[in-house]
Write a protein that binds this ligand. Structure first.
Ligand SMILES: CC(C)(COP(=O)(O)OP(=O)(O)OC[C@H]1O[C@@H](n2cnc3c(N)ncnc32)[C@H](O)[C@@H]1OP(=O)(O)O)[C@@H](O)C(=O)NCCC(=O)NCCS
Length: 190
């Protein structure tokens, strides 16, 4: 399915060396979005440490990029050896780009990555009042169950197939080509 994104924007994986883009995106989240993303109020230092940790573990981060800046992110992290084939996902979109299909595109790409890595269950933790995230998860047939004031959406992911692997490879190629063109045009302008 074709993603409908704000003009000029692209969803692609974050590359090695782009940690600062991820950190800057997280630090730019308005207070309410930051609260929703982390399930409570957290400091700038917490956000910096969180990003460092995420990039040091086996996380797959997709970003929504516009004009060289990252304006949205989706993180996929394995839960560890105690929970084989399970991962957690978390999404954030900066306020001016919310409600424009960015979260849907990021979640769709994250589900494809989860499927191709053999994760069968994807946990999405969010606050009970976070209706928008729940709506978004429902679009992908998430089953929601309540747990002490927070909602845990669990999405059963389909098995990897040659076609699903090919879709991820093609998306990565497209993301690489777009990023190269973006870099080239910014170097020509400088
Ligand atoms: C939750 C969040 C990721 C959604 O991203 P988004 O880019 O706004 O989502 P989309 O535009 O793809 O919309 C997804 C669905 O949410 C719902 N939605 C969108 N805007 C909405 C609004 N203003 N009010 C209520 N529901 C809304 C719709 O059901 C929409 O699907 P549709 O467009 O097919 O009808 C984003 O709002 C965000 O970053 N919030 C702060 C951080 C957060 O809460 N993260 C989740 C915890 S991990």
């Amino acid at each position: 399915m074709q993603d409908i994104l704000p003009e000029g924007g692209v969803v692609r994986k974050l590359w090695i060396g782009e940690a600062a883009k991820y950190r800057d995106h997280m630090l730019r989240l308005d207070p309410q979005s930051r609260h929703s993303r982390f399930g409570g109020g957290v400091s700038d230092d917490f956000v910096r440490d969180y990003v460092d940790l995420s990039l040091s573990v086996d996380a797959v981060v997709h970003g929504f990029f516009l004009g060289g800046a990252m304006r949205g992110a989706a993180e996929l992290r394995p839960l560890g050896s105690g929970f084989p084939r399970q991962a957690e996902a978390a999404i954030s979109v900066e306020k001016p780009w919310q409600s424009h299909g960015v979260g849907s595109a990021l979640l769709r790409r994250t589900l494809l990555a989860a499927r191709n890595r053999g994760y069968r269950l994807l946990h999405m933790a969010c606050l009970a009042e976070n209706r928008r995230m729940q709506q978004l998860a429902r679009k992908f047939d998430a089953e929601l169950s309540f747990d002490f004031g927070s909602v845990v959406g669990e999405v059963e992911s389909s098995r990897a197939t040659p076609l699903s692997l090919m879709r991820e490879i093609m998306a990565d190629h497209h993301g690489f080509a777009t990023a190269m063109l973006d870099l080239q045009s910014r170097m020509l302008r400088a």
